[in-house]
Design a binder for this molecule. Structure first.
Ligand code: GLN
Length: 484
């Protein structure tokens, strides 16, 4: 089935005219029609528009045009602006807002020939780890419909795992690409801060947010990273670092590379099956010729607390713009203050309100120094831990999550338990480094995918992808499909 192809499989067949972009797009749309009533990875999609883009791609292919993603259907998390499409961030507060412009990553996808379709479900404003905080209802895990797909990019992960698209985009502030990728059995990459422009990404925590791909294998992740990366004058935090051909680093040869195993990450709450899968992966890396070194990241214990101060502080400032005046939904009031408070009271869900209140508190006078300033200092210590470790190792290996996917509803009344599901992914954003999650096995009963996280140096995506690819190619995990 054409919708099951990877980017590299599909582009090869499109180039040889064995298949058409229209047929590949139709296959994805058929799969959405078949499974999405149950899965709910998509908030909305427009089949006619997707097919029109596919037909245009077929005309270009017939004219001999070559582009890296020509004719490849890619679906988008509902936090990225796509011109003339709804943009809701899975919130009620944006009402019937339609984006007037394309995010830089969307411009890049379109320029590379991709068919950009659909709005993928997520936790409201990317705040969450289960996609249960969406104002548009739950997304299910394609491996077990009673479980969550992870979050906040749960729709992006579920759609790729269920072959509703060839690849997708998500955003990662504290793990929102890697964690759902792990729980749904796909590859999720968070690039180094500054590698990919954030222009057109609705900001959650601006110093932590990065956009990245969800794919069916590591090669596709390398292809997409090459398309998405680069300096953008519209995002002053994007970096003028040259963009290599990342697929060239997928040599399969990882002999002599050094992998760090942080002793602080094999913690008590780690599920035995996760530990066993990570231990087996470490053995596999050794067989492939990598050297394993024990390292220490001594400030790991402070990461979750530090993140929830910095992320909520930035979110409280970023979300101030949703006031019912400039765009989105409005609930009228007798005066502007009443209008703001009614609009925000009705428009934001409980988790978003909790974060805004927390963020406002840690920034308020009297508490700013005790919480926010302190957290910034601890953030530097966490970053320094990583930079020190990278003096000795090429990458760091950890579990992506402490457990496999949990049941819908299991943690929704316990924010702290929910926050702890990001314990292994959060430090990477605080440190501004890159990270990827690749499938590394399954639990037995029920059979749910597990993810291995590799963390790399700032702008070290090439070694990261090389390691991830060598591991993937010597294991069977990425080939398995959910029975949906
Ligand atoms: N789960 C984390 C949070 O709720 C991370 C979210 C994200 O990366 N967008 O903040």
């Amino acid at each position: 089935m054409l919708n099951q192809f990877t980017i590299s499989e599909l582009t090869a067949r499109l180039a040889s005219r064995e298949v058409s972009a229209r047929d590949a797009t139709q296959a994805c749309l058929d799969q959405v029609a078949r499974v999405d009533g149950r899965l709910h990875a998509f908030i909305s999609h427009n089949p006619a528009d997707a097919l029109a883009q596919a037909e245009a791609a077929d005309r270009e292919i017939a004219a001999g045009v070559t582009k890296p993603l020509l004719g490849v259907p890619i679906a988008i998390k509902d936090v990225l602006a796509v011109k003339n499409q709804p943009l809701n961030c899975a919130s009620k507060i944006l009402g019937d807002f339609i984006s007037p412009y394309d995010a830089t990553v969307i411009e890049k996808l379109k320029a590379a020939g991709a068919i950009v379709f659909g709005r993928l479900n997520m936790d409201e404003f990317a705040m969450g780890s289960s996609t249960e905080n969406s104002a548009f209802g739950l997304t299910r895990n394609p491996w077990d419909m009673t479980c969550i797909p992870g979050g906040s990019s749960g729709g992006s992960a579920a759609a790729v795992a269920a072959d509703e698209c060839i690849a997708s985009l998500g955003s990662d502030t504290g793990g929102s690409i890697r964690q759902p990728a792990a729980l749904c059995g796909c590859v999720g990459l968070k690039p180094t801060y500054g590698r990919v422009s954030r222009y057109g990404l609705v900001a959650f925590a601006s110093s932590l947010d990065q956009i990245g791909p969800f794919t069916k294998d590591v090669r596709d992740s390398a292809t997409l990273l090459g398309v998405l990366s680069g300096l953008d004058p519209r995002d002053s935090t994007s970096v003028p670092q040259p963009v290599p051909d990342y697929t060239k680093s997928l040599t399969g040869d990882i002999r002599g590379l050094k992998l760090g195993l942080p002793k602080e990450y094999m913690i008590g709450g780690l599920a035995p099956e996760v530990k066993a899968a990570v231990d087996a992966a470490v053995k596999k890396f050794q067989e492939l010729g990598a050297e394993i070194v024990e390292i220490s990241l001594p400030h790991t214990d402070y990461a979750v607390a530090t993140y929830y101060i910095i992320a909520t502080a930035e979110a409280s400032a970023n979300l101030a713009r949703f006031d019912g005046i400039r765009y989105g939904a409005r609930v009228d009031g007798a005066d502007p203050i009443e209008l703001y408070s009614r609009t925000r009271g009705a428009g934001f869900g409980p988790e978003v309100k909790r974060r805004i209140i927390l963020g406002t508190y840690v920034l308020s006078s009297g508490y700013h120094d005790a919480y926010y300033l302190h957290a910034q200092k601890v953030r530097t210590l966490i970053r320094n831990d990583f930079l020190k470790a990278f003096e000795h190792v090429d990458a760091i290996v950890t579990p992506t999550t402490p457990t496999a996917a949990f049941k819908a509803g299991e943690k929704s009344d316990d924010p702290l338990q929910m926050y702890l599901s990001d314990i292994f992914t959060i430090s990477c954003n605080l440190a501004g480094i890159c990270g990827v999650s690749v499938p590394c096995g399954f639990t037995q009963n029920p059979r749910l995918p597990l993810g291995l996280q590799l963390l790399g140096k700032p702008f070290g995506e090439e070694s990261l992808l090389r390691l991830a690819h060598a591991y993937e190619q010597s294991t069977p995990w990425h080939k398995e499909k959910p029975a949906i």
